[in-house]
Design a protein around this ligand. Structure first.
Ligand SMILES: O=C(O)[C@H](O)COP(=O)(O)O
Length: 247
Protein backbone atom coordinates (compact mmCIF):
# COMPACT_ATOMS: atom_id res chain seq x y z
CA UNK A 1 0.00 0.00 0.00
CA UNK A 2 1.26 3.48 -0.84
CA UNK A 3 -0.03 6.89 0.27
CA UNK A 4 -0.48 9.79 -2.16
CA UNK A 5 -1.84 13.23 -1.29
CA UNK A 6 -2.89 15.68 -4.01
CA UNK A 7 -3.22 19.37 -3.20
CA UNK A 8 -4.33 22.09 -5.61
CA UNK A 9 -2.73 25.45 -4.89
CA UNK A 10 -4.74 27.94 -2.86
CA UNK A 11 -6.70 30.70 -4.59
CA UNK A 12 -4.39 32.70 -6.86
CA UNK A 13 -4.64 36.42 -7.54
CA UNK A 14 -6.00 35.63 -11.01
CA UNK A 15 -8.41 33.01 -9.67
CA UNK A 16 -9.80 35.83 -7.51
CA UNK A 17 -10.08 38.11 -10.56
CA UNK A 18 -11.70 35.37 -12.68
CA UNK A 19 -8.93 35.26 -15.28
CA UNK A 20 -7.66 32.26 -17.25
CA UNK A 21 -4.17 31.66 -15.87
CA UNK A 22 -2.49 28.58 -17.34
CA UNK A 23 1.30 29.02 -17.43
CA UNK A 24 1.23 32.69 -16.41
CA UNK A 25 3.13 32.83 -13.15
CA UNK A 26 0.92 34.59 -10.59
CA UNK A 27 1.05 34.26 -6.81
CA UNK A 28 -1.52 33.40 -4.17
CA UNK A 29 -4.12 35.85 -2.90
CA UNK A 30 -4.35 36.41 0.86
CA UNK A 31 -7.28 33.97 0.85
CA UNK A 32 -5.12 31.50 -1.06
CA UNK A 33 -2.33 31.74 1.52
CA UNK A 34 -4.85 30.95 4.27
CA UNK A 35 -6.24 28.05 2.21
CA UNK A 36 -2.69 26.69 1.89
CA UNK A 37 -2.11 26.95 5.63
CA UNK A 38 -5.45 25.22 6.21
CA UNK A 39 -4.28 22.44 3.91
CA UNK A 40 -1.24 21.94 6.11
CA UNK A 41 -3.38 21.85 9.24
CA UNK A 42 -5.62 19.22 7.65
CA UNK A 43 -2.56 17.05 7.03
CA UNK A 44 -1.55 17.36 10.68
CA UNK A 45 -5.10 16.85 12.03
CA UNK A 46 -5.46 13.66 9.95
CA UNK A 47 -1.93 12.44 10.72
CA UNK A 48 -1.07 12.35 7.00
CA UNK A 49 2.59 13.26 7.06
CA UNK A 50 4.40 13.44 3.68
CA UNK A 51 8.00 12.26 3.29
CA UNK A 52 8.60 14.05 -0.03
CA UNK A 53 6.89 16.83 -1.99
CA UNK A 54 6.50 17.31 -5.74
CA UNK A 55 5.42 20.69 -7.14
CA UNK A 56 5.13 22.41 -10.49
CA UNK A 57 7.53 25.25 -11.28
CA UNK A 58 4.79 27.86 -10.85
CA UNK A 59 4.84 30.22 -7.88
CA UNK A 60 1.28 29.56 -6.72
CA UNK A 61 2.02 25.84 -6.23
CA UNK A 62 5.40 26.47 -4.60
CA UNK A 63 3.90 29.04 -2.21
CA UNK A 64 1.11 26.57 -1.34
CA UNK A 65 3.59 23.78 -0.64
CA UNK A 66 5.70 26.05 1.57
CA UNK A 67 2.70 27.39 3.52
CA UNK A 68 1.19 23.92 4.04
CA UNK A 69 4.52 22.37 5.06
CA UNK A 70 5.18 25.32 7.37
CA UNK A 71 1.97 24.54 9.25
CA UNK A 72 3.08 20.90 9.56
CA UNK A 73 6.63 21.85 10.59
CA UNK A 74 7.87 19.96 7.52
CA UNK A 75 9.60 22.72 5.56
CA UNK A 76 12.76 20.58 5.68
CA UNK A 77 11.25 17.85 3.42
CA UNK A 78 12.95 17.08 0.07
CA UNK A 79 11.13 18.81 -2.78
CA UNK A 80 11.19 17.89 -6.45
CA UNK A 81 9.81 20.33 -9.04
CA UNK A 82 8.80 19.82 -12.66
CA UNK A 83 7.15 21.74 -15.49
CA UNK A 84 5.24 18.49 -16.12
CA UNK A 85 3.08 19.30 -13.08
CA UNK A 86 2.31 22.80 -14.40
CA UNK A 87 -1.26 23.94 -14.94
CA UNK A 88 -2.70 23.31 -18.41
CA UNK A 89 -1.47 25.97 -20.85
CA UNK A 90 -4.59 27.97 -21.71
CA UNK A 91 -3.26 29.30 -25.04
CA UNK A 92 -4.77 32.55 -26.29
CA UNK A 93 -7.19 32.54 -23.32
CA UNK A 94 -4.36 33.24 -20.83
CA UNK A 95 -5.10 36.56 -19.14
CA UNK A 96 -8.66 36.75 -20.46
CA UNK A 97 -11.66 37.14 -18.15
CA UNK A 98 -13.68 33.90 -17.89
CA UNK A 99 -17.11 35.55 -17.71
CA UNK A 100 -16.31 37.82 -20.69
CA UNK A 101 -14.99 34.83 -22.66
CA UNK A 102 -18.17 32.88 -21.90
CA UNK A 103 -20.29 35.86 -23.02
CA UNK A 104 -18.25 36.47 -26.20
CA UNK A 105 -18.07 32.86 -27.40
CA UNK A 106 -21.14 31.28 -25.75
CA UNK A 107 -21.53 28.53 -23.15
CA UNK A 108 -20.77 25.62 -25.48
CA UNK A 109 -17.48 26.97 -26.81
CA UNK A 110 -16.49 28.18 -23.32
CA UNK A 111 -17.05 24.71 -21.82
CA UNK A 112 -15.34 23.00 -24.76
CA UNK A 113 -12.19 25.08 -24.17
CA UNK A 114 -12.46 24.80 -20.38
CA UNK A 115 -13.47 21.20 -19.74
CA UNK A 116 -13.39 19.07 -22.90
CA UNK A 117 -10.70 16.36 -23.16
CA UNK A 118 -9.29 17.09 -26.61
CA UNK A 119 -10.26 20.63 -27.71
CA UNK A 120 -7.47 23.14 -26.98
CA UNK A 121 -7.99 26.90 -26.99
CA UNK A 122 -6.37 28.79 -29.90
CA UNK A 123 -2.56 28.87 -29.61
CA UNK A 124 -0.75 31.84 -28.08
CA UNK A 125 1.72 33.58 -30.45
CA UNK A 126 5.33 33.40 -29.22
CA UNK A 127 5.75 37.17 -29.02
CA UNK A 128 2.56 37.66 -26.98
CA UNK A 129 2.92 39.26 -23.52
CA UNK A 130 1.22 36.17 -21.99
CA UNK A 131 3.66 33.74 -23.65
CA UNK A 132 6.24 31.76 -21.64
CA UNK A 133 8.51 30.64 -24.49
CA UNK A 134 11.25 33.03 -23.25
CA UNK A 135 10.72 32.26 -19.54
CA UNK A 136 14.11 31.37 -18.01
CA UNK A 137 12.68 28.45 -16.03
CA UNK A 138 12.04 26.63 -19.34
CA UNK A 139 15.43 27.57 -20.86
CA UNK A 140 16.69 23.96 -20.74
CA UNK A 141 13.59 22.58 -22.49
CA UNK A 142 13.64 21.96 -26.24
CA UNK A 143 11.45 24.66 -27.79
CA UNK A 144 9.06 22.05 -29.19
CA UNK A 145 8.24 20.86 -25.66
CA UNK A 146 7.01 24.30 -24.54
CA UNK A 147 3.26 24.42 -25.26
CA UNK A 148 1.55 27.29 -27.01
CA UNK A 149 -1.82 25.82 -25.96
CA UNK A 150 -2.99 22.54 -24.38
CA UNK A 151 -6.09 20.41 -24.10
CA UNK A 152 -6.39 18.03 -21.14
CA UNK A 153 -5.20 15.15 -23.34
CA UNK A 154 -1.95 17.04 -23.91
CA UNK A 155 -1.56 17.47 -20.13
CA UNK A 156 -2.10 13.74 -19.51
CA UNK A 157 0.56 12.94 -22.11
CA UNK A 158 3.19 15.31 -20.64
CA UNK A 159 2.36 14.55 -16.99
CA UNK A 160 2.31 10.72 -17.00
CA UNK A 161 6.07 10.35 -17.76
CA UNK A 162 6.70 12.33 -14.55
CA UNK A 163 4.17 10.21 -12.64
CA UNK A 164 5.89 6.97 -13.70
CA UNK A 165 9.52 8.18 -13.61
CA UNK A 166 9.55 10.44 -10.55
CA UNK A 167 6.47 10.07 -8.34
CA UNK A 168 5.95 6.28 -8.50
CA UNK A 169 9.58 5.55 -7.52
CA UNK A 170 9.08 7.67 -4.39
CA UNK A 171 5.88 5.74 -3.62
CA UNK A 172 7.65 2.44 -4.30
CA UNK A 173 10.32 3.34 -1.75
CA UNK A 174 7.60 3.56 0.91
CA UNK A 175 7.43 7.36 1.03
CA UNK A 176 4.18 9.23 1.51
CA UNK A 177 4.10 11.61 -1.46
CA UNK A 178 2.51 15.07 -1.51
CA UNK A 179 1.88 16.52 -4.99
CA UNK A 180 1.09 20.24 -5.02
CA UNK A 181 -0.13 21.29 -8.43
CA UNK A 182 -3.05 22.81 -10.33
CA UNK A 183 -6.69 22.33 -11.19
CA UNK A 184 -6.11 20.77 -14.60
CA UNK A 185 -2.81 19.00 -14.03
CA UNK A 186 -4.48 17.27 -11.06
CA UNK A 187 -7.57 16.54 -13.21
CA UNK A 188 -5.18 14.82 -15.62
CA UNK A 189 -3.60 12.73 -12.84
CA UNK A 190 -6.98 11.86 -11.27
CA UNK A 191 -8.28 10.83 -14.71
CA UNK A 192 -5.40 8.34 -14.91
CA UNK A 193 -5.75 7.10 -11.32
CA UNK A 194 -9.53 6.69 -11.33
CA UNK A 195 -9.70 5.62 -15.00
CA UNK A 196 -12.23 8.34 -15.79
CA UNK A 197 -13.46 8.31 -19.39
CA UNK A 198 -12.71 11.08 -21.89
CA UNK A 199 -16.36 12.16 -21.65
CA UNK A 200 -16.80 11.88 -17.86
CA UNK A 201 -13.69 13.94 -17.09
CA UNK A 202 -15.52 17.10 -18.19
CA UNK A 203 -17.53 16.87 -14.98
CA UNK A 204 -14.53 16.70 -12.62
CA UNK A 205 -13.39 19.83 -10.77
CA UNK A 206 -10.66 20.06 -8.12
CA UNK A 207 -11.06 22.45 -5.14
CA UNK A 208 -8.27 24.78 -4.02
CA UNK A 209 -6.31 24.01 -0.86
CA UNK A 210 -8.01 20.81 0.34
CA UNK A 211 -5.82 17.69 0.44
CA UNK A 212 -7.13 14.66 -1.50
CA UNK A 213 -5.83 11.41 0.00
CA UNK A 214 -5.37 8.25 -2.05
CA UNK A 215 -4.39 4.87 -0.66
CA UNK A 216 -2.82 3.05 -3.61
CA UNK A 217 -2.49 -0.68 -4.23
CA UNK A 218 0.58 -2.57 -5.46
CA UNK A 219 -0.06 -1.23 -8.96
CA UNK A 220 -0.23 2.37 -7.68
CA UNK A 221 -3.94 2.53 -8.41
CA UNK A 222 -6.56 3.72 -5.87
CA UNK A 223 -7.97 1.29 -3.34
CA UNK A 224 -10.99 3.64 -3.19
CA UNK A 225 -12.15 5.35 -6.40
CA UNK A 226 -11.98 9.13 -6.07
CA UNK A 227 -9.85 9.13 -2.95
CA UNK A 228 -10.87 11.00 0.22
CA UNK A 229 -10.85 14.77 0.75
CA UNK A 230 -9.57 15.56 4.24
CA UNK A 231 -12.46 18.04 4.61
CA UNK A 232 -15.26 16.58 2.46
CA UNK A 233 -17.82 19.30 3.21
CA UNK A 234 -15.44 22.16 2.39
CA UNK A 235 -14.31 20.27 -0.71
CA UNK A 236 -17.86 19.88 -2.05
CA UNK A 237 -18.57 23.60 -1.62
CA UNK A 238 -15.28 24.58 -3.25
CA UNK A 239 -15.84 22.15 -6.16
CA UNK A 240 -19.19 23.82 -6.89
CA UNK A 241 -17.46 27.22 -6.87
CA UNK A 242 -14.85 26.03 -9.38
CA UNK A 243 -17.56 24.49 -11.56
CA UNK A 244 -19.53 27.76 -11.64
CA UNK A 245 -16.61 30.03 -12.50
CA UNK A 246 -17.40 32.30 -15.44
CA UNK A 247 -21.14 32.27 -14.84
O1 LIG B 1 -5.43 28.20 -15.09
C1 LIG B 1 -6.50 28.64 -14.66
O2 LIG B 1 -7.17 29.53 -15.18
C2 LIG B 1 -7.10 27.97 -13.44
O3 LIG B 1 -6.17 27.64 -12.51
C3 LIG B 1 -7.85 26.76 -13.89
O4 LIG B 1 -8.90 27.27 -14.51
P1 LIG B 1 -10.14 26.35 -14.90
O5 LIG B 1 -10.65 25.76 -13.62
O6 LIG B 1 -11.07 27.35 -15.55
O7 LIG B 1 -9.61 25.31 -15.84
Amino acid sequence: MATLVLLRHGESVWNAEGLFTGWVDVGLSEKGMEEARRGGRLLVDNDVMPDVVHTSVLTRAIQTANAALGEADLLWLPVRRSWRLNERHYGALQGKNKAQTREEFGDEQFMLWRRSYDTPPPPLPDGHEMSQVQDVRYATLPQELIPRTECLKDVVERLLPYWYDSIVPDLASGRTVLVVAHGNSLRALVKHLDKISDDEIAGLNIPTGIPLLYDLDENYLPVKQGGTYLDPDAAQAAIEAVKNQGK
